[in-house]
Design a protein around this ligand. Structure first.
Ligand code: SF4
Ligand code: SF4
Length: 408
């Protein structure tokens, strides 16, 4: 994977240098991952949801089954191998079975990313027969109280039943648990629950602050001490229980000194098609200003990947400003996340403020300080639902949105 990406990058860099910052011709990179965000509808209302806060405007114009199947075919021709079927809650669509069958025919490794709501015996049987390779289930806590609070639903018992159903159909059990202030003290018990459910993989995904989690940041963000304690507990669990259940502890950006190489490089391996057909290099890219994104209703994926300004704009490093431009670490992280840079600073071309070399690092330090202060953090959570999405678009919650540059 990295070999392909690196070959592509050097080619793209050459193009970018020749074309005043925007590569105009075909690149040698290929999308290895296609993420199909098939719907933004969701029966859950998670406070940390990574979906855009203005998702409500995209719920009426979802792609048809045929349009999805075409997108799968085109992406496969471009070289995509992995297919994520995500949302919202993908199971709210009744054509996932058809999409799975087509994915199998095309030779994808397919992964259904679900809250579990809508997964029945009949559907899982159809997925198994249709060739779905993998199901990733989200879990939230060991307590019913916190599960139901953070998702604003009553889904605790259902999730346990779905976990057992996934296991009984011979799928590897892959649990994803988003970690935040309300459950970070339960990491040991969460791991014990996962083990009791027979999980093969557990991802402890510390909240990253995009979409709904950004407006709820002061409610969700744990302190450094809480994070360190959770990591310690995770390591102790690994030592005691061995590697039978693989545990991934995803460190949150804000507590790192360098940013992540976001999406493994802009336009290097990931391609996301959203519910309404927009084609994005990353989940949050639509927050960026002055960007036109291709859409599968009128554009080919080949055009989107190779020629569109949106995919070429931040490929390579020619777009960088100082300190990234002259930084000897730029190959490692490519300056971090463009969306995070813009959301926090208003400048999409500046270093990700997570980096300690960024002139805006103080914004992260302030957020970390705020996490220690329960008075500042006493705002109510804005749950992810259609009403709040519309309210955000209409300018409500202005005080919550004001510190950020790109919401909704
Ligand atoms: S994070 Fe929660 S609300 Fe958002 S799509 Fe997933 S299940 Fe739905
Ligand atoms: S200055 Fe930019 S390139 Fe250098 S480490 Fe920080 S984010 Fe990465």
């Amino acid at each position: 994977m990295s070999k392909t990406a690196s070959l592509g990058r050097s080619e793209v860099q050459k193009e970018i240098a020749m074309n005043n910052g925007v590569a105009q011709s075909v690149t040698r990179t290929q999308p290895l991952w296609l993420l199909a965000e098939v719907t933004y509808r969701c029966p859950l209302h998670c406070a940390f949801c990574y979906n855009p806060t203005d998702y409500d405007k995209h719920t009426q114009n979802e792609l048809t089954t045929e349009q999805w199947i075409n997108a799968l075919r085109e992406a496969r021709k471009l070289g995509a191998l992995q297919l994520g079927i995500s949302g919202g809650e993908p199971l709210l669509r009744d054509d996932i079975e058809e999409i799975v069958v087509e994915a199998k025919k095309l030779g994808y490794y397919s992964n259904l990313i679900t809250s579990g709501v809508g997964l029945t015996e009949k559907r899982i049987q159809a997925f198994k027969e249709g060739g779905l390779d993998h199901i990733q289930l989200s879990m939230h806590d060991i307590t019913e109280e916190i599960n139901n609070f953070i998702t604003n639903t009553r889904t605790f018992e259902l999730k346990k039943k779905v976990a057992a159903m996934i296991k009984s159909h011979g799928y590897p059990m892959v649990l994803n648990v988003v970690i935040h202030r309300y459950n970070i003290g339960h990491v040991k018990e969460i791991l014990e629950m996962a083990e009791a459910l027979g999980a093969d993989y557990v991802e402890l995904a510390n909240t990253q602050y995009y979409g709904w989690s950004l407006i709820n940041r002061s409610q969700l963000m744990p302190t450094m001490e809480q994070l360190q304690a959770a990591e310690k507990v995770t390591n102790e669990f690994r030592e005691k229980h061995g590697n039978k259940m693989k545990i991934f502890f995803v460190v949150p950006d804000y507590y790192a000194e360098r940013p992540k190489k976001c999406m493994n490089g802009w336009g290097e391996v990931f391609m996301i098609v959203t519910a309404n057909g927009d084609v994005l290099p990353c989940h949050s890219a639509r927050v960026l200003p002055n960007m036109q994104f291709p859409n599968v209703k009128g554009d080919s994926l080949s055009y989107a990947w190779s020629e569109s300004d949106a995919f070429n704009k931040y490929r390579g490093d020619a777009w960088m400003k100082d300190p990234c431009r002259t930084c000897d670490e730029k190959e490692k992280d490519l300056g971090g996340c463009r969306c995070q840079a813009f959301m926090l600073t208003g400048d999409a071309e500046i270093a990700d403020p997570v980096c300690t070399k960024s002139p805006y690092r103080h914004l992260i330090v302030e957020a970390i300080e705020e996490a220690k202060n329960p008075v500042i953090a006493s705002q109510p959570i804005i749950f992810r639902n259609d009403k709040n999405s519309r309210a955000l678009m209409e300018g409500e919650f202005a005080d919550r949105v004001k510190p950020f540059h790109a919401l909704p």
